[in-house]
Design a protein around this ligand. Structure first.
Ligand SMILES: [Zn+2]
Length: 275
């Protein structure tokens, strides 16, 4: 089987694949609190898995995962992703998913440093002849996504070089937009990819409701501005109901979607896969 992970490839293989299709994927996600039951690298591991499967299907190489990401202070308002929708009283200082009681802090980069870091890898790939660079993002923070979109736009040199921002997750069915955090789908994805890294038993028994602020497990509806009245996780999003089959199904759909998007970019740039 063709090697796809850049750090494992030797120069002749890299040159051969780049001549065939000058396409590079850059998976990105922070080291971030994902409840007691998921590893800190969940977002990046997810992005990497999707990128590798897409590259296996349509060509290109995958950079090692950049375990970097940014977040910011949650505002005290009823807006999406604000403090109030998570059940805080408004006086707490919360950055991203680092809620006051958690024993481990996420390693969020300051937004500007994050941008500089990601820009550098985009610049280097362009200098080495890649014509289509695809950022595959696994993290939902608003400022993180905005930064990556900006970099993609700024580093594109149309029509010959393009940087495209993509999300590993499937888009929410409108009016929903947020994929939630460490909930059933994300836990199922990790069970499908790396079951040995998941420990659902570290959450309380299933009859105990999970308060958003106690575990940092949040349904997408709450992040979208519509929490439950008692700020506990919706049953439909409960990670204690996660299953590897569900994760595999979602993963396949994510790969199908991204493969289609990237293939369309290649076609529009006249870089069709030359076998
Ligand atoms: Zn995540």
């Amino acid at each position: 089987m063709r090697r796809i992970e850049y750090e494992l490839m030797r120069p002749p293989d890299i040159v051969k694949e780049r001549d065939r299709v000058p396409l590079a994927f850059v998976p990105i996600g922070p080291l971030e609190w994902h409840g007691p039951h998921l590893p800190l690298g969940t977002d990046g591991l997810h992005a990497h898995e999707v990128a590798v499967e897409v590259a296996r299907r349509i060509g290109g190489i995958v950079l090692p995962t950049y375990f970097v990401g940014t977040e910011t202070v949650r505002l005290n308002d009823q807006q999406a992703q604000g403090l109030a929708v998570l059940g805080f009283n408004g006086t707490e200082r919360v950055v991203g998913m680092d809620f006051p009681e958690f024993p481990v802090k996420s390693l969020y980069f300051e937004e500007g440093v994050f941008a500089v870091t990601v820009r550098e890898i985009l610049r280097l790939l362009k200098a080495d002849g890649y014509k289509l660079v695809v950022i595959v993002n696994g993290h939902g923070a608003v400022n993180h996504q905005r930064t990556l979109r900006r970099l993609a736009a700024e580093e594109s040199e149309r029509p010959t070089v393009r940087v495209e921002y993509t999300m590993a997750f499937l888009p929410g069915a409108p009016p929903l937009s947020d994929p939630g955090h460490a909930e059933k789908i994300e836990t199922s994805l990790m069970m499908a990819m790396r079951p040995e890294l998941v420990d659902v038993a570290s959450l309380p028994p299933t009859d105990v409701p999970l308060r958003y602020r106690d575990y940092g497990v949040v349904d997408g509806k709450a992040f979208d501005g519509n929490p439950t009245p008692d700020f506990t996780l919706r049953r439909e999003a409960d990670p204690r109901d996660a299953a590897p089959d569900l994760g595999r199904k979602v993963l396949n759909a994510e790969v199908d979607r991204l493969a289609e998007i990237v293939s369309a970019h290649l076609r529009s740039m006249g870089l069709g896969n030359r076998d």
